[in-house]
Ligand binder design. Structure first.
Ligand code: AQP
Length: 329
């Protein structure tokens, strides 16, 4: 059976990009593959987040996973920091990576890049992401389009390691959805919707209430020529709205465009479809979030399952690179 793994940072409210680009596909994959999904809390440390908020955000995100339909009976759900092999393997891979290839990462450049005060963790986190993936002998990684470059880096590092030290890692492929792969900001539709770039009106969060969703969609930037067609280059605002409805209905945005003549009608239907898509998730979220002890117990079981795979891969890599095994007396 193929194995898949993916994760999301608990660094802010989950938005439609996280949902359509990642979570919705996680749910689909859990019935077709041996699926591992984590809350990548170590990645959140690359940003300013206070300890209490981070602990809370990790549980919030786990509750979002469950509310969206991930089922611990059908996949392995865990917190990244509960499996120490992620950071152990990241070090071995950091010693395989070069400054030049990490400097080329566009997300690093977008988030501040090469400046005196930039955290080293922001620079090296794509290597930690590579470790997250290869640790589980993963075949496919369901992610949004923005992660394509990080996946390429993961493949390069794994191939380089294998070339030098023997066949240690499975080389993973990115699995990018055909619709919803890049959800754009509603106010600046040439920029991806994102947690860290604050754009309250341009970002629809998974837990937004219906009136907020309606307001944000109504105020979404379009254009003035009034011609309803799907053209991301010249009509990015309209393309964003068409793509959102397309992602709800799982059809192409161009097909959706044929149905409408007026922007206002399209906006009404986009808002209604999003509200209908998110309502059951929001309701289940409250139920899961109100029982933190159950969430923690579920995460403990997941971590144990994850560790049993991760420990074997890490040991294989450590042996191959020449680290002497610990001997018990
Ligand atoms: N706008 C997006 N469209 C489609 N997919 C997206 N993803 C994120 N934004 C979009 C996908 O969500 C998953 C989790 O990403 P992450 O939170 O670990 O980091 P990220 O990609 O950096 O997400 P954000 O929201 O943009 O966070 P910040 O602002 O902190 O960087 C990934 O699969 C990603 O592809």
């Amino acid at each position: 059976m193929t194995r898949v793994l993916s994760g999301i940072q608990p660094s802010g409210a989950m938005h439609l990009g996280n949902y359509f680009g990642a979570i919705k596909n996680f749910v689909r994959e859990q019935d077709h593959a041996d699926a591992f999904y984590c809350v990548v809390d170590l990645h959140a440390l690359t940003q300013n987040i206070d300890p209490e908020s981070l602990r809370k955000a990790s549980l919030d995100l786990m509750a979002i996973y469950l509310a969206s339909g991930l089922d611990p009976e059908r996949c392995t759900l865990f917190l990244q920091s509960h499996v120490a092999e992620h950071t152990q393997l990241a070090w071995l891979l950091e010693c395989t990576a070069s400054m030049g290839e990490l400097r080329r990462m566009t997300q690093f450049k977008d988030k501040g890049g090469d400046q005196e005060g930039t955290r080293v963790g922001l620079f090296t986190y794509p290597v930690l992401m590579a470790a997250d993936i290869v640790l589980y002998d993963v075949d496919r990684v369901p992610v949004g389009d923005d992660q394509r470059q990080h996946l390429e880096l993961t493949r390069d590092l794994a191939q380089r390691f294998n070339h030098r030290f023997g066949d240690v890692f499975v080389i993973p492929e990115a699995s990018i959805p055909s619709v919803g792969a890049r959800v754009m900001d509603l106010q600046e539709p040439t920029r991806k919707m994102s947690k860290s770039v604050s754009s309250p009106l341009g970002t629809v969060n998974m837990l937004d209430d219906p009136s907020d969703i309606e307001r944000k969609i109504k105020k979404a930037v379009t254009d003035t020529d009034g011609e309803l067609r799907y053209d991301p280059e010249t009509k990015p605002g309209l393309a964003t709205l068409l793509s959102l409805l397309a992602a709800c209905e799982r059809v192409s945005p161009a097909t959706i465009a044929q149905r409408y003549e007026r922007y206002g009608d399209l906006k009404k239907d986009v808002a209604a479809a999003l509200i209908a898509e998110l309502a059951p998730i929001q309701q289940r979220y409250e139920e899961f979030r109100n029982d933190p002890a159950a969430l923690e117990a579920m995460m403990a079981v997941g971590a144990q399952k994850a560790r049993s795979v991760a420990a074997r891969t890490y040991q294989r890599a450590a042996d191959a690179i020449g680290l002497a095994p610990p001997v018990s007396h």
